[in-house]
Design a binder for this molecule. Structure first.
Ligand code: NAP
Length: 430
């Protein structure tokens, strides 16, 4: 919705995985920062997604409680009413593509513009923790161990349940092919969001922002370019995050333009000649390390895990916000910051991975993060102001011309494969 001077009156944000951890904190922080920084004539529409109706109702209720508390605590500085924030739940399970399509159709029917989408929902797929290895890693190098953990035990080879009804007999009769396999972690963390991006494309305008959630642990050893779904890799979660880095960071390069335009084109008629600036921007974020149910620890281990995270922060680790609300700062910055603080900065200094960093006392800020093969901004040797150069991955190598080229080549390849997969699955689902 727009005012007569062209300024939108309603800012709509869709956040996935909003019932828990970081997703819930993102919604809370969006509300607080929107009310504190936007004109009183503007309203915020928070569309939060969860997997079922009871989680949806509970999330709406808790967000309303948060809104009322924020207004109360502002002692009048938020001279505003609750009516400036509309909270609404929608349902989607990203590992069930028919629900992804149903959500897209529901939103398309309404036709409201999406100013930002925050692809936060994620599944780790860990089946346990190697406590011995974890204790040793923490005792020998606590910052590395708690920023790039290697002691979670992954479930290798997790597959998503079939997406179409089991028509084995009729397939045998008609000679139809069996449904291709989909890696479960890949589907929930990347591909479900990827398809949703395409199906929601008519609701984006050029200024809309598509915000992806990565991780500090998105390091190359976990990723195999010949297995982008991470079905056979040792750590599908970390693989899905490296894939996210590759997709988003290369999304504005000429070598991926034709794929990105097809993904974001609402009429399946991508014009290679169109200016890339006329498509919405993809932004890469990560929350640092936050204490959430993601690692699925019991209360006893959760206590020691949080203690180790605080110790790491006090020993000057930059990537330990711990509190989900602090960890939400990068995603909320990506959604609400004015053009000169993000899109224009990326044009000027290069595309970045925006992380939630903290100081020793937990004061949070947004900072550029080093990515293997890309560096801080895709330019060899360049470290823009506001980059974090401490607490880096122990296996890191300085980016050189070769590794930068390899990153771009991998980016082009994953974009091609993701587009092929999208077309294949659109045909299957239709
Ligand atoms: N915690 C960290 O330190 C950390 C660090 C780096 C990145 N991240 C990223 O931050 C994001 C949020 O994680 P979190 O730490 O807040 O974990 P969390 O508390 O477990 O939240 C994950 C959210 O994603 C939802 N979700 C999972 N699979 C889904 C699916 N197939 N379809 C729809 N929703 C699904 C969950 O819903 P249910 O409750 O229904 O399962 C939940 O709402 C993830 O992308 C994660 O990779 C977290």
């Amino acid at each position: 919705m727009q005012r007569s001077d062209g300024e939108p009156t309603t800012f709509t944000v869709l956040v996935t995985g909003a019932n828990s951890g970081l997703g819930f904190a993102i919604c809370c922080r969006l509300i607080d920062e929107f009310l504190a920084t936007r004109l009183h004539s503007q309203t915020l529409h928070v569309l939060h997604s969860t997997r079922d109706a009871s989680k949806s109702e509970d999330t709406s209720r808790r967000l309303r409680v948060h809104l009322q508390k924020s207004i109360r605590q502002s002692n009048g500085s938020l001279t505003t009413s609750e009516t400036r924030v509309k909270i609404e739940g929608v349902l989607v399970d990203l590992t069930k593509l028919r629900t992804v399509k149903a959500l897209a159709e529901q939103l398309l029917d309404r036709g409201d513009v999406l100013d930002a989408v925050i692809w936060n929902a994620g599944l780790a797929g860990w089946k346990g923790t190697d406590y011995l290895a974890g204790t040793w890693a923490i005792l020998t190098n606590i910052i590395q161990a708690t920023t790039y953990p290697e002691f979670m035990i992954p479930s290798v080879g997790l597959l998503a349940a079939p997406q179409t009804p089991d028509d084995t007999k009729s397939n045998q009769r008609t000679g139809a092919k069996e449904e291709p396999k989909l890696g479960q972690i890949f589907l929930s963390n990347v591909f479900g969001h990827y398809l949703l991006t395409h199906w929601l494309a008519p609701l984006f305008r050029p200024s809309s922002r598509i915000i992806w959630t990565s991780s500090t642990s998105a390091v190359p050893p976990y990723f195999n370019i010949d297995d982008i779904q991470g079905i056979n890799v040792h750590a599908a979660y970390e693989s899905s995050k490296r894939l996210t880095d590759l997709l988003v960071l290369t999304s504005e390069l000429p070598s991926t333009r034709s794929y990105v335009q097809k993904l974001l084109d609402s009429h399946e008629s991508a014009q290679e000649t169109a200016e890339s600036s006329s498509t919405p921007k993809m932004i890469l974020t990560h929350p640092g390390i936050v204490a959430t149910p993601l690692a699925a620890q019991n209360w006893f281990m959760q206590f020691w895990m949080v203690a180790a995270l605080y110790l790491a922060r006090w020993l000057s680790s930059p990537w330990h916000p711990i509190d989900p609300y602090k960890g939400a700062i990068s995603a909320v910055f990506a959604a609400l910051s004015p053009p000169y603080q993000l899109p224009e900065l990326e044009v000027q200094d290069g595309k970045g991975k925006w992380g939630s960093a903290t100081g020793v006392y937990g004061e949070e800020r947004v900072a550029r993060t080093e990515v293997e093969g890309w560096g801080y901004c895709g330019v060899v040797g360049k470290i823009p102001a506001g980059s974090v150069t401490t607490g880096r991955w122990a296996g890191r190598k300085d980016v050189d011309k070769e590794s930068r080229e390899e990153f771009e080549e991998q980016g082009r390849r994953v974009w091609r494969e993701m587009e092929e997969l999208r077309l294949e699955w659109e045909a299957i689902l239709s």
